[in-house]
Design a protein around this ligand. Structure first.
Ligand SMILES: [Zn+2]
Length: 280
């Protein structure tokens, strides 16, 4: 077989598979296409440090990714078998996957809350730890208000610097895995500052994208997420456009399926990135 017919066969196989299982949610390259090059980022951990760059659609954008809680505060907790699992570890894992996807499209991304030795983890149970820090290396204060203030101060300072550098768009994405609706499945909720039309627009686009993807990949499942404004510190005190996302309720067994299965966490991160790309 010559090289051309090999290529044709490969293409047929690829699209043949693709039509059986449309865009496998957990595989970013099936959604974003092939990588043109790779850049190493230690924060993603050994397995994922090598970061694929697909294109430069988000060039000139800066993203500040903040996963909820961390350090002395694990956030919502629940017992899985004999072990305790906590919100901060799952929000962080999805956040890393999202950050990696955004970098892959040429964005400048800051992991504001960070864990230097965790990286992206392909496990169901993500062990709890308390060694999370913030961008710049400082540890997180115990007091909640001081902790949130630490995050917004870092973001707002970076915002001014990057504004001078000529960044076109700067956005904050906050992720949580606890919910006001304890005891029921909540799907994914998006919140924005009520005075921010850009925040509302981004939240709506991300919401609609994830809703469409759910309908495509899990027919008959239904989806009851929501977009609304909320008066929260991270929405009120941040200078850049901010979207606050609740990825589910870690205490709800239905939501746990989405959060504990690594390929599901990747799928959510892919769909969130797709939403950002749609908003442009
Ligand atoms: Zn939370």
């Amino acid at each position: 077989m010559n090289r051309l017919s090999l290529a044709v066969l490969a293409t047929t196989l690829f699209f043949g598979l693709a039509s059986v299982k449309p865009s496998s949610d957990g595989n970013p390259t099936e959604i974003f296409g092939g990588a043109t090059r790779f850049v190493n980022y230690k924060i993603f951990g050994k397995k994922y440090a090598k970061t694929p760059i697909y294109n430069s659609k988000l060039k000139g954008h800066a993203y500040y990714i903040v996963s909820g809680h961390g350090g002395p505060d694990p956030g919502a907790m629940t017992k899985k078998g004999k072990v305790w699992i906590s919100e901060d570890e799952y929000a962080y894992d999805v956040s890393l996957r999202l950050a990696r996807n955004l970098i892959g499209h040429g964005a400048t991304v800051y992991m504001i809350t960070r864990d230097e030795n965790d990286g992206i983890r392909d496990e169901h149970i993500l062990p709890m730890d308390k060694d999370e820090t913030v961008w710049g290396g400082k540890s997180m204060p115990l007091n909640q208000k001081a902790r949130l203030n630490q995050r917004t101060s870092i973001i707002n300072k970076l915002y001014q610097t990057n504004k001078k550098k000529g960044y076109k768009k700067q956005r904050v994405i906050v992720t949580h895995v606890d919910s006001r609706y304890v005891g029921r499945k909540v799907d994914v909720f998006f919140y924005h500052n009520q005075n921010s039309s850009a925040g509302k627009s981004l939240a709506k686009t991300m919401f609609n994208t994830i809703k469409t993807e759910y309908t495509t990949h899990q027919k008959g499942r239904g989806y009851d997420g929501v977009v609304s404004s909320r008066d929260l510190w991270m929405l009120r005190e941040t200078t850049p456009t901010t979207v606050y996302i609740e990825l589910g309720n870690i205490q709800n067994s239905f939501d746990q399926k989405r959060l504990l299965i690594p390929s599901n966490r990747q799928a959510i991160a892919n769909w969130l990135a797709l939403g950002v790309l749609k908003e442009g």
